[in-house]
Design a protein around this ligand. Structure first.
Ligand code: GRF
Length: 200
């Protein structure tokens, strides 16, 4: 089971996948890691001897998605967006239909959509005063955070929380959620019909 991982940031989710594979807990191979900007995630991949590619969003602009597809090739089993901040458009969404997943650090449909990333997500949850938040792994479609939900993990939100403490609590759940989802795909246990995700 061969995957590609797209990143833009520090790459702790990527690191968790790398470590899980190393510990023989996940029987998959990361073929390529692609970033749309200079990012520490690329260093993590290099250290693990994974092929890395920088497809600079400022150079490729509206050709970014096509260039990423060209670099990935069309025969991977799954594409994982692990903190990838650009929006994928066009042919890649057809070629990899129902095979691109994203992790978002809130319980979708709350605190998501365009411009909702990083600490802003957690600040919005705190400002609203919700008592639970969490993370969502979903299929990527042509919208922002609109694709079918595969799984969600919850965490409590405390009045004492800052965006940073809430972010850290959710981050821990993201790792588990991503690992579980990738395993479900690798074991061919996910079926998607219309907008519904069935787990066998
Ligand atoms: C995570 O919070 C993820 O949910 C969001 O971007 C962040 C990436 O963190 N999409 P990292 O780069 O994996 O450390």
């Amino acid at each position: 089971f061969r995957i590609g991982v797209l990143v833009s940031g520090s790459g702790t989710n990527l690191q968790y996948i790398i470590d899980t594979i190393k510990q023989n807990k996940l029987d998959i191979k990361i073929e390529k890691v692609i970033s749309d900007r200079e990012a520490y995630a690329l260093e993590r991949a290099k250290k693990a001897n994974i092929k890395t590619i920088l497809v600079d969003r400022k150079i490729y602009k509206n050709k970014l998605s096509d260039k990423i597809l060209e670099e990935l090739g069309e025969d991977l089993d799954l594409i994982v967006l692990a903190g990838f901040l650009s929006i994928l458009r066009g042919r890649i969404l057809e070629v990899y239909k129902n095979r691109i997943i994203n992790i978002h650090p809130s319980l979708i449909p709350s605190f998501c959509g365009e411009g909702m990333y990083g600490l802003k997500v957690h600040q919005a949850a705190l400002d609203y005063g919700v008592k639970v938040s969490g993370c969502t792994v979903h299929i990527v479609d042509s919208g922002t955070d609109t694709g079918p939900i595969i799984l969600q993990k919850t965490v409590p939100v405390y009045a004492e929380d800052t965006a940073e403490t809430l972010q850290e609590r959710i981050h821990q759940q993201e790792y588990i959620a991503l690992e579980e989802t990738i395993r479900l795909f690798a074991e061919n246990r996910i079926k998607i019909e219309e907008r519904k995700v069935y787990i066998k």
